[in-house]
Design a protein around this ligand. Structure first.
Ligand code: CAP
Ligand code: MG
Length: 474
């Protein structure tokens, strides 16, 4: 059936949620979404799209007598359908959304009830486009990787990190010992793992204090600044804030700590609370659980790009975006790299939409060129007349080890990210410190344009890592 024929099949309820003649959807009044949609039951794709448009905006499954001329203006509208690819485009009036810059509210509309509707067999939100008005209204990141680079004095290479392993079970003193080994081995950044909380064998307050001691000792010994990302996820708001304040009051230098939040399980309110309450802290979004929505095999959910774009809009300083098939987690270059570029760059092409993260006044016609040149491009956006959403850094983790650093950089196309290698450091045959040194050496080899096997000839820790991890791969 042609789109004209499909339109003839719509009932009056469905007709209220479609406008295939919508002039210039990017006129600034709408947030735009593109869904892959396979209809369920007896519906055709346009009927199902209208049902989704209704349920994800003002409607339900019948026209109701209580609607008003104004409420109809808030209807989302199906404005385009790609029959070949089964992609439907829906425009959402931005006035639908909580005017306090609330990400949770938007997602409750566009990937809320609609994921459970009988009228669809597949519904995957592929990409979203934010109009300039939303870029004005939402927080975006405050403390970014550019600020962390300044603090660490690390430029022109990835920030080299680890996750302490075993994931759980070390006492606070043992945990801090591993941090010390990684930092004295040359690593920059340590994160708690995603389940770290206040376990009886590793009390939160003791973990914080032991990490502070380990950090002070390693900074003194290496003469280099270090960062620790503390998991502040908690059962309730008060406890989360108590953990943040405990860290802030433990004597850490501003810049030497980040707050990690399990954004998928703790929720967007936690992410935005941290961003708004601690604008001078790196907010680290760990996405454990995202696979239920984002895996390619899942026909119902949303892409890594969607999760990452909303994390940037919410103000996460960084979010895990996956290893593009190089590491242990599912994920393809197409998915993971599109997401990583989508949150790092000033402007980038997503799966469907091209998104510019700032509105540039006519008078600044050379702006895009300027921002492209400057690594701290968002300083320009931040200080200038534009209202820009700063960069959100990809955090690259999951099954990586020193032999995989260059393969990932080759796929990524840049080094502006944090990488955290857990087993990739702590499984090194000579232990964590050697594992960290091997990671540093693999980065040195990359920067010198040398193959790691060549460089390993006079860098023993890297040689041992290659021997161990390449053998394991066989
Ligand atoms: C990595 C990790 C991270 C994953 C999360 C883990 O450990 O600590 O949580 O990176 O995946 O628990 O698996 P390893 P993603 O380095 O030992 O694999 O980054 O894709 O969200
Ligand atoms: Mg983990």
């Amino acid at each position: 059936m042609t789109i004209q024929e499909l339109t003839q099949t719509l009932n009056s309820h469905q007709l209220a949620y479609v406008n295939l003649e919508l002039k210039n959807p990017q006129n600034g009044e709408y947030m735009l979404c593109a869904f892959h949609l396979i209809p369920g039951g007896t519906l055709n794709i346009l009927q199902a799209a209208c049902e989704v448009s209704a349920e994800s905006s003002t409607g339900t499954n019948f026209l109701v007598n209580t609607e008003t001329p104004f409420s109809k203006e808030m209807n989302a509208l199906v404005y385009q359908v790609d029959l070949e690819k089964s992609i439907v485009y829906i425009a959402y009036p931005t006035r639908l959304f909580d005017r306090n810059g609330n990400i949770q509210n938007i997602l409750t509309y566009i990937v809320g009830n609609v994921l459970g509707m009988k009228e669809i067999n597949a519904l995957k939100l592929l990409d979203v486009w934010f109009p300039p008005a939303m870029l004005e209204q939402y927080d975006g990141p405050s403390y970014t990787i550019d600020d962390m680079r300044k603090y660490l004095n690390v430029y022109g290479r990835p920030i080299l990190g680890t996750i302490i392993k075993p994931k759980m079970g070390l006492t606070s003193a043992e945990y801090a010992e591993v941090c010390y080994d990684f930092w004295t081995g040359g690593g920059d950044f340590v994160k708690n793992d995603e389940p770290q909380a206040d376990q009886d064998f590793c009390p939160y307050d003791k973990m914080v204090l032991h990490v502070k001691e380990a950090m002070d000792k390693s900074v003194k010994e290496t003469g280099k600044k270090k960062v620790h990302s503390f998991n502040v996820s908690a059962a309730d708001y008060e406890t989360m804030i108590k953990r943040c304040e405990m860290i802030k009051n433990a004597g850490f230098e501003p810049g030497s700590y980040a707050f990690l939040i399990d954004g998928t399980t703790a929720g967007w309110m936690a992410v935005q609370t941290l961003r708004r309450k601690y604008p001078d802290v790196f907010i680290h979004f760990h996405r454990a659980g995202h696979g239920a929505f984002t895996r390619k095999e899942n026909p119902i959910g949303f892409t890594v790009l969607i999760l990452s774009k909303f994390a940037r809009l919410a103000g996460a300083s960084g979010i895990h975006t996956g290893t593009a098939g190089v590491g242990k987690m599912a994920g393809s270059p197409e998915d993971d790299i599109t997401a990583a570029h989508g949150i790092l760059y000033f402007a980038s092409q997503g799966h469907i939409f091209h998104q510019s993260w700032a509105t540039i006044p006519e008078k600044d016609e050379n702006a895009e060129g300027l921002t492209k040149e400057s690594a701290a491009n968002h300083e320009i956006l931040h200080d200038d007349s534009w209202r820009g959403i700063k960069k959100c850094c990809p955090i690259i983790s999951g099954g990586l080890n020193p032999t995989l650093l260059k393969p990932f950089i080759d796929v990524m196309g840049n080094t502006d990210f944090i990488t955290t290698m857990g087993a990739g450091c702590h499984a090194h045959p000579k232990g964590t410190k050697a594992g960290a040194t091997a990671l540093v050496q693999s980065c040195e080899a990359y920067l010198k344009g040398m193959d790691i096997h060549e460089y390993a000839k006079d860098h023993v820790e890297l040689a041992e890592a290659i021997e161990f991890f390449e053998k394991k791969k066989k």
